[in-house]
Design a protein around this ligand. Structure first.
Ligand code: ZN
Length: 141
């Protein structure tokens, strides 16, 4: 009598009603529920795909983000625990720093320009040297 027990306790995956007697692998109480369940599943899948597309960015944007993060990492490594450091431009170049890419540019009152990659920035000084600085994070989340 085990089979009858299984049939009685098994619920329709769509509406939760008992599926009644029948094959053990029966999942729906009716064809209508089967159709409805599959339609909802398809709609959810389409919604999920649409959301994924909305948050994804083109490859070139991801590429620029990677360069910016790499630039920040290089500045961070050069700076270490300090608040300021000076080093040769070619040393930074040698680590793969891309000068063309930065997140913001600030000028001081004396007209010196600092280029930032997020919270870390630099200015070019005489003899092809860089002064790297850290600033408080501007953006809040
Ligand atoms: Zn049902």
């Amino acid at each position: 009598m085990e089979e009858t027990l299984t049939a009685e306790t098994k619920k329709c995956v769509n509406c939760g009603a008992p599926v009644g007697a029948g094959r053990k692998d029966r999942q729906y109480c009716s064809d209508l529920c089967k159709t409805e369940y599959n339609n909802n599943k398809q709609a959810a899948k389409r919604r999920k795909e649409k959301n994924t597309q909305e948050v994804s960015v083109p490859d070139f944007v991801s590429g620029i983000n990677a360069i910016l993060l790499n630039n920040r990492r290089i500045l961070d490594e050069c700076l270490g625990e300090g608040e300021k450091c000076t080093l040769k431009k070619r040393d930074v170049d040698g680590r793969g720093f891309r000068f063309k890419f930065f997140t913001s540019c600030d000028s001081t009152t004396t007209g010196v320009e600092y280029y930032f990659c997020y919270d870390l920035g630099y200015k070019i000084v005489e003899e092809e040297r860089l002064v790297i600085v850290r600033r408080p994070r501007e953006a809040t989340y």
